[in-house]
Write a protein that binds this ligand. Sequence first.
Ligand SMILES: [Zn+2]
Length: 236
Amino acid sequence: MNCPGTPDTQPGSQPVSSSGIGGSRRGPVGPEQALAELYDGNRRFALGVPLRPHQDIDRRVALADGQQPFAVIVGCSDSRLAAEIIFDRGLGDLFVVRTAGHTVGPEVLGSVEYAVTVLGAPLVVVLGHDSCGAVQAARTADATGAPASGHLRAVVDGVLPSVRRAGARGVTEIDQIVDIHIEQTVEAVLGRSEAVADAVAGGRCAVVGMSYRLAAGEVHTVTAVGLAAPTTPPAA
Ligand SMILES: [Zn+2]
């Protein structure tokens, strides 16, 4: 990407592409349309009928002078959670920031702010998944009191508040703890990034927490902030 402060393109300055969302220029799509595109792509992937759009030479060349991704994905680094694959998208569609357990630090928040304020992305998705190893590690650390070693401790410490919130609610099942951690991450993005919070308050962006089922290949919405209307399928 270009240096922050040097827009690749002017967001929202062009009409919607005749090929719909995710053309070589995104156009002024809203959060609800962006979310619908992600659900459509995930449905194709889950059913085993992906289109694999925007992965050809023409698309690659067309994007060389700029990008307008329609969604930011703040996801777990788990190798089974590759964003462009599970949402059936291609080059230039998604601005992806991934850390183990989707822990949120300054570099993550700065990356999200760049995508929202400079590139004009209308949707931020926090993406967790069932059986998350980072959440399991944090739960173990909380139960034993033994800190994780090396830099892994930063990951575990980032998840521990969610484990403790789950404990305070009497939640012990790992995938329910994952959902609480997704909620907590959405709160962290909104609470710690004034730029994202302002974009949501101004109706330019929404922040949605999703959980992915590893075996089924399906996502469902855990929490959403800033959507004009509920447009997502109910939780599985
Ligand atoms: Zn994970």
